[in-house]
Design a protein around this ligand. Structure first.
Ligand code: ADP
Ligand code: MG
Length: 713
């Protein structure tokens, strides 16, 4: 047929709509779309999520309790049953092979569909854990395979296969269909395939070829073990992950390189007059991390290449001060600085803080938010344009069209993960080519930052200032609530303050609000005489501010709120943080919230009020919080429990979906990829060598339109 396969024909093949794969067609392809499968490449990347060993199908009579049992039998009886007196229902299927029984149970099911499916005497294969319950063999929510599937299969795969691959599927696509389609596709692939990783890399790292990897994972040989096949660290999965990691790093590094060449910025010469003056007024010394970060930033600002830097540091690590020191360098050069915060409360707090700190230096900041009165706003805008005002703090109101700066040279974004790329970009565009400093308190685990921010410089404040007391964190179950309330009361009596925070219920902002409002009423009674305030996202900003101000001044001592207080608020007298329904918060989020207390001299507490008796995992998660104060460790745990997209809030993260690269298991792969890419670009910075054309093509194919990745812009 065709001569030598080329990278072009291969890429074209990969992009072919799934519909044209043998055995697919329009009807099936419509179903595939539900699984985000659009092309041949998508199909090939759809790997089995388990493998059934047909040699291990057991006689029911010989079944012993344990995991991963594959049970073959006929339906003896099926139907809905009532469980005890609770009124809860379950669907039960009694499966038999004529000698013994097993009872399969589902608590969630579609009754009519289930009834129709499990007709008497039909044959099934159930797969899952078998337990002994009241003398009966029982399976809870096993996977179900209709037996015809398997029988069809026998015919098709009579060959050498001991394994039956099982694909993640959707209603209407049978396992036998998956297997047929994949088999054909893999055959056709063999004629088109071009190896997509540099040969030398595969050789040195001893990685199998693309073809071998796909064949092994889709149609494994009988000799491999199930555990091996599913392990993220088997060489075949590693090979596929490496390809993603390699092109990710290649894209990021090229982008970083491009920026280096393009982004000329005005150098802010290093002057230390203001810096030293400010430091002299502080009642404390900079931490070593702050010192280091600050000096590194001074250096970068002093160059005529735009700084693009992410400063990450745990809650309370003192990022604000580092930012202010950076700002001073610009101010000393008579250049303007803008600092953007995600909420008005936070902007106001930065403003007050800066005002106080800058007063001895005879400097004063301005603040601009959407609630700045019109007249004041006009004044500020005029001063900005004339370059009379040098330091402007605010919310996204800073990005409004009529805000003009005379010479904006440094843009600072606080809690950057709260902003979308566009907002950050539009602030940056207010200057010619300003330096950019973004800060985040959500510590990003190393594997993630390598892949996400591989094109950025980043600095970390790893340690908290000395003398911080650890925040005592305890889980609390419902029955101990009265005790907790009287504990809080005793703290209020000493003039301390407490937060009660309610989680965000994703589906309904209204529900949240209801929970918080109700609790507000109850707590107002409980803490009569201490002043109780309510804060939530739907309040007008003046209302919010006045509540915050009252809390800051001590007029109210208890603040009931939704998660709007998550970022940055600094009230030193607050010593108790009660998180209601703590099991619903992400771990990093709990850590952030917990960071709102422990800011003063008194001992502080975080109480994790978990509603109902919870699952083992929920308990485990909360236990991590009791024992660990290190935001980075917590973030790692959180990442493990939730996965990267969720961890970062996929929507705004612009994080590419990886098919094979798993940031939890492939840290090593990522750093290897990075090393190879750096070496490669050193030899051939623009991929001009003929042998590297292919890499360019593949890079374009992989990341077309997606490389806004970590654009902090
Ligand atoms: P975050 O990194 O969470 O933004 P902040 O910048 O708000 O933390 O700092 C938290 C608190 O720590 C502030 O009250 C700040 O004044 C104080 N702080 C900052 N640096 C130091 C230091 N080197 N020693 C003691 N306290 C510090
Ligand atoms: Mg902060």
């Amino acid at each position: 047929m065709s001569s030598q396969p080329s990278i072009h024909t291969f890429l074209a093949w990969l992009k072919t709509p799934a519909q044209y794969a043998k055995g697919v067609g329009p009807k099936l392809s419509a179903l595939l779309v539900k699984l985000s499968i659009h092309s041949f490449e998508d199909l090939l990347s759809h790997l089995p999520h388990r493998y059934l060993d047909r040699r291990e199908l057991v006689d029911l009579a010989k079944v012993e309790p344990g995991k991963n049992r594959n049970i073959l039998g006929k339906v003896y009886a099926a139907g809905e049953v009532r469980l005890g007196r609770s009124g809860r229902k379950a669907f039960e299927v009694v499966l038999s092979d004529g000698r013994a029984f097993v009872v399969a149970k589902w608590f969630r099911y579609h009754k009519n569909f289930w009834k129709q499916r499990f007709q008497k005497d039909k044959s099934f294969l159930l797969s899952g854990e078998v337990t002994l319950y009241r003398g009966e063999l029982q399976m809870l929510h096993p996977e179900v395979y209709q037996l015809e599937d398997i029988l069809d299969e026998e015919k098709i795969l009579e060959e050498k296969l001991g394994w039956l691959p099982v694909y993640p599927s959707t209603e209407g696509i049978r396992q036998s269909t998956w297997r047929k389609v994949m088999k054909e596709l893999l055959q056709s692939l063999a004629q088109e395939l071009v190896e997509t990783l540099p040969l030398k890399l595969s050789e040195v790292l001893k990685l199998p070829s693309l073809q071998e990897s796909l064949l092994t994972l889709h149609q494994p040989q009988a000799s491999l073990s199930n555990e091996f096949l599913l392990s993220e660290s088997n060489p075949f999965r590693q090979r596929l992950a490496m390809e993603e990691a390699f092109y990710l790093q290649l894209g990021l590094q090229l982008k970083k390189q491009g920026r280096r060449q393009e982004d000329f910025a005005e150098a802010l010469s290093i002057k230390t007059n203001l810096r030293e003056k400010l430091l002299a007024t502080l009642p404390f010394e900079l931490t070593a991390d702050q010192e280091k970060a600050s000096l590194a930033i001074n250096q970068k600002l002093g160059q005529n290449q735009a700084m693009n830097l992410l400063l990450q540091g745990d809650v309370g690590s003192g990022k604000t001060l580092v930012a202010l020191l950076a700002a001073l360098q610009a101010l000393e050069n008579q250049k303007q600085v803008a600092l953007m915060a995600p909420t008005e409360i936070l902007a106001e707090q930065h403003y007050q803080n800066f005002k106080k700190l800058l007063k001895p230096l005879s400097l004063s900041p301005e603040i601009l938010t959407s609630s700045t009165p019109t007249k004041k706003r006009q004044e500020i805008l005029a001063k900005l344009q004339e370059g009379k005002s040098l330091l402007l703090v605010g919310t996204h109101a800073l990005t409004q069209e009529d805000v003009f700066f005379k010479n904006l040279s440094l843009v600072i974004v606080d809690e950057q993960h709260r902003f979308g790329v566009r907002q950050r970009l539009s602030l940056k565009q207010k200057g010619l080519s300003p330096h950019v400093l973004v800060m985040t308190a959500t510590p990003i685990p190393r594997t993630l930052s390598l892949s996400l921010y591989g094109d950025l410089d980043f600095l970390t404040l790893r340690h908290l200032p000395k003398g911080r007391q650890p925040i005592q964190t305890r889980r609390m179950w419902e029955r101990d609530r009265p005790k907790m309330l009287s504990f809080v009361k005793s703290k209020l009596e000493q003039g301390e303050r407490a937060y009660f925070v309610f989680p965000l219920v994703e589906e309904s902002e209204k529900l949240d609000l209801k929970a918080a409002t109700q609790a507000f009423e109850e707590l107002s009674k409980t803490f009569q005489g201490f002043g109780v305030g309510l804060l939530h996202g739907r309040m007008k900003s003046e209302e919010k501010e006045s509540v915050m101000a009252d809390f800051q001044s001590g007029k109210i001592q208890v603040l009931v709120s939704t998660t709007v207080i998550e970022v940055g608020i600094d009230v030193p007298e607050a010593t108790v943080m009660v998180l209601e329904h703590a099991e619903r918060f992400g771990l990093s989020q709990i850590h952030q919230l917990r960071g709102r207390v422990g800011r003063g001299h008194q001992k502080s507490y975080c109480i994790l009020a978990a509603g109902e008796a919870k699952t083992e995992t929920a308990r485990e998660r909360l236990k991590i919080m009791e024992n660990c104060q290190d935001g980075f460790k917590i973030a790692e745990e959180d990442l493990k429990l939730r996965g990267p997209g969720d961890f970062l809030g996929t929507r705004q993260s612009g994080f590419p979906d990886f098919r094979f690269l798993n940031l939890l298991y492939h840290g090593e792969v990522l750093s290897q990829a990075r090393e190879w890419v750096l070496k490669l670009l050193q030899e051939d910075p623009n991929l001009k060598q003929p042998g590297h054309q292919m890499l360019k093509e593949l890079l374009r194919h992989r990341w077309q339109g997606k490389l806004a990745l970590a654009e902090v812009g």
